[in-house]
Design a protein around this ligand. Structure first.
Ligand SMILES: [Zn+2]
Length: 125
């Protein structure tokens, strides 16, 4: 039996080039979920649920990317992610920035970088 998979780490990164709101890397030793920081609160919750499900249920999309089986698995993940996010949202779960000056850590290709001071100010005022 394999070890229990660790809880994924969420990192925030602009994902424009990937044409995605979020991405999951289920096969990393420590799984990573990437989220586009520009998403609104509700969409962000939905995308986090969606990507977490990719990591929890990797078999659903273990098929060639353009196959019917893959599309079916993706549709299932999408349905589950929306269902989960809707329940949580309805019950009042929201992202809260604890620290007034908190800015999500951004991940570039290989390293974690903190946004520049003037950037974080622009984003939160
Ligand atoms: Zn997906």
């Amino acid at each position: 039996m394999g070890k229990k998979k660790s809880t994924p780490r969420i990192v925030y990164r602009y994902l424009g080039k990937e044409w995605a709101w979020g991405q999951a890397y289920p096969y990393y030793k420590k799984p990573i979920i990437e989220i586009d920081p520009r998403l609104g609160a509700k969409r962000m919750l939905e995308v986090i649920c969606h990507e977490a499900l990719h990591i929890a249920l990797p078999h659903l999309t273990e098929h060639p990317p353009k196959s019917k089986a893959y599309a079916k698995g993706e549709a299932e993940i999408d349905r589950l992610g929306k269902a989960l996010a809707n329940v949580l949202w309805k019950d009042g779960y929201r992202k809260v920035l604890i620290n007034k000056h908190h800015t999500p850590v951004l991940l570039t290709r290989n390293k974690v970088v903190k946004p520049k001071k003037n950037e974080s100010r622009r984003n939160h005022r």
